[in-house]
Design a protein around this ligand. Structure first.
Ligand SMILES: C[S@@+](CC[C@H](N)C(=O)[O-])C[C@H]1O[C@@H](n2cnc3c(N)ncnc32)[C@H](O)[C@@H]1O
Length: 228
């Protein structure tokens, strides 16, 4: 199935980790600033792909800060891609483009110094195939950055959906279906498994960017980078 695991948006954040878009003090998740910090840590990339980019706030922000870096956003949902293209044209950002692309297959062209995949692997059953596809798109000496569900994410989600009880039975069913890969444990990863799948060692992205202690850096939202 080409678009396995495709969803229409922010369900993971709306459910199990919705509160994590904000920090403990209500500050928004500074996703672009952290990736900017990562650029300085590993050296400025010439090209960046964001897979499962959604509304692409990170791409829009960093494309404006770094006009010489080529940014390309991919999402499984065509309407998201169309809206992003329109916005990029309005903003006059010539170094930012968008295309439809879905993991686990990710039938896209080109390689990128940095491939970034935040908040999308949670929806994909065949997460190992997705990881290989993402890593394949990393240029030599480049880097793959991604967050992923681990066994703690699964526990969190199971508790969260369980606690919702009968308040919205139909949406509950929809959410269970959407997050079936995590609830079933199908796409639950660990550092060890990532190393086995990619043949390279994952390292903590949160540590690399010196991220603050916040709900979104908790142990049930691991984010790593893997060099090539
Ligand atoms: C929670 S949003 C994350 C958006 C963005 N990466 C961010 O950090 O704000 C998840 C996005 O992944 C996309 N998505 C879900 N399943 C996907 C798949 N199999 N392949 C590519 N994108 C997918 C959704 O359409 C959605 O836009």
């Amino acid at each position: 199935m080409a678009n396995e695991g495709t969803t229409d948006g922010d369900a993971f954040w709306a459910v199990a980790a919705g509160e994590r878009r904000d920090g403990a003090n209500g500050d928004p998740f500074p996703e672009a600033d952290l990736l900017d910090r990562f650029f300085r840590r590993i050296g400025e990339p010439a090209s960046v792909a964001s897979v499962g980019c959604g509304p692409a706030s990170v791409c829009f922000d960093l494309a404006a800060r770094y006009p010489t870096i080529e940014f390309r956003g991919y999402d499984a949902v065509g309407a998201v891609v169309d809206a992003n293209r329109e916005r990029a044209a309005e903003c006059g950002l010539e170094n930012l483009s968008f295309a439809v692309g879905a993991i686990p297959d990710l039938a896209i062209d080109g390689r990128f110094d940095l491939v970034y995949c935040y908040g999308a692997l949670h929806y994909v059953h065949d997460v190992e195939r997705a990881l290989r596809a993402l890593y394949e798109r990393v240029a030599p000496r480049g880097c793959l950055v991604f967050n992923y569900p681990n066994r703690l994410t699964r526990g969190h989600l199971r508790r969260d959906l369980g606690e919702r009880g009968t308040d919205a039975a139909s949406s509950l069913e929809e959410l269970r279906e959407r997050f079936a890969p995590v609830l079933d444990g199908a796409n639950v990863l660990s550092y060890r498994r990532i190393a086995e799948v990619l043949g390279a060692r994952p390292r903590s992205y949160w540590s690399a960017v010196d991220a603050p202690v916040e709900p979104w850096t908790a142990r049930d939202n691991p984010c790593v980078y893997v060099r090539k």
